[in-house]
Design a protein around this ligand. Structure first.
Ligand code: SF4
Length: 326
């Protein structure tokens, strides 16, 4: 199927000002290319500071890219109004408490989205839709939740309300920025199952952003790995996890807990990867070279191009030079 949302060679540079007035450029995302398809789940995996949240915010149109293009249904989104865009593309954030207005009941938070994006005004219709939305995210019986304030809900319930609010808009794409990482371990699996069901039943395209390979393994069809602002590898989940091409992907997988050790271990995310580089003055050439055991002279000066190896799996690494198959 054709992509519904695409990033094409997108870069995002910010200028930051230091305490003494000096400025520096943060190269948060460079040359990112990504496609989301209806009913497909792509996991964007990387450590904090890898640029994955910035890329999601570009896809959500909270920032405009420095260069490159975002396309929705094949059309560049340059001139599209924000509200029209957000009718198609919704984002769910990590912190479900910060995402809801604490002064308002669940009802208000959902009704606002219905009024704003669909012009629903009729009281009975709003009531019917709010109940239906809560049922879609398994907050049942829904009438027990409509008049609650966010602080009266658990973290998992709040995140379900946030997802219900996103669904109220009837988007085609949901961008989930670490949507389970602040939830209790015991309910993370439930939340992943909810996201899987939404893709299944509603045909949503989902971008699942995480630092956790195990949950990506559980949920997604495709994995894209980011390191220091650049995409380093991507492809079908089975291929990337079974035969990672890039040394960084290998390291990520090796430092992730083995899912066979049980459900609790699934999301514990041991992190022995060391510090990622600064994006203000990132390493030249391959940005992973200071940590790469296979680094060669060329890796320090030239950024490796994308090499597609098989069945859509690709990576940026000089070790693959000359192995292109498609
Ligand atoms: Fe390592 Fe070089 Fe490959 Fe970068 S390009 S991952 S430094 S071998």
């Amino acid at each position: 199927t054709a992509p519904i949302l695409e990033a094409r060679d997108v870069s995002m540079h910010f200028t930051v000002r230091g305490a003494f007035g000096q400025t520096a450029v943060v190269r948060a995302v460079e040359g990112a290319t990504l496609a989301l398809r209806p009913g497909g789940i792509v996991a964007l995996v990387g450590e904090s500071g890898s640029g994955k949240t910035t890329l999601a915010r570009l896809l959500a149109r909270f920032h405009r890219p420095t260069s490159g293009e975002i396309r929705l249904r094949g059309e560049p989104v340059g001139k599209r109004g924000d509200r029209a865009y957000h009718r198609d593309v919704q984002m769910v954030f990590q912190d479900p408490f910060g995402s809801l207005n604490p002064l308002h009941r669940v009802r208000y938070n959902l009704e606002r989205a219905l009024r704003l994006h669909h012009g629903v005004k009729d009281r009975a219709e709003l009531e019917r839709r709010v109940v239906e939305l809560l049922e879609r995210v398994s907050l049942v019986p829904a009438r027990d939740f409509v008049d609650k304030f966010p602080h009266e809900l658990s973290g998992g319930q709040r995140q379900r309300v946030v997802i219900a609010r996103a669904l109220a808009v009837e988007p085609a794409v949901l961008l989930g920025d670490e949507p389970i990482s602040m939830l209790d371990v015991s309910i993370r699996l439930d939340m992943l199952n909810l996201l899987a069901r939404l893709r299944e039943e509603e045909g949503l395209a989902l971008l699942y952003i995480t630092h956790d390979i195990a949950s990506a393994r559980y949920l997604c069809d495709e994995i894209v790995v980011m390191y220091a602002g650049r995409m380093v590898e991507g492809g079908p989940k089975e291929d990337v996890l079974a035969r990672p091409l890039h040394p960084y992907t290998r390291l990520l997988i090796e430092s992730s807990p083995d899912p066979d050790r049980g459900r609790a271990a699934l999301f514990d995310g041991a992190d022995e990867l060391g510090e990622p580089p600064s994006l203000i003055d990132p390493p030249a050439g391959c940005r992973f070279h200071p940590r790469c055991p296979f680094a060669m002279a060329r890796c320090r000066t030239e950024a490796p191009p994308r090499t597609t190896v098989s069945s859509g799996q690709w990576a940026h690494c000089w070790l693959l030079d000359g192995q292109e198959t498609t």
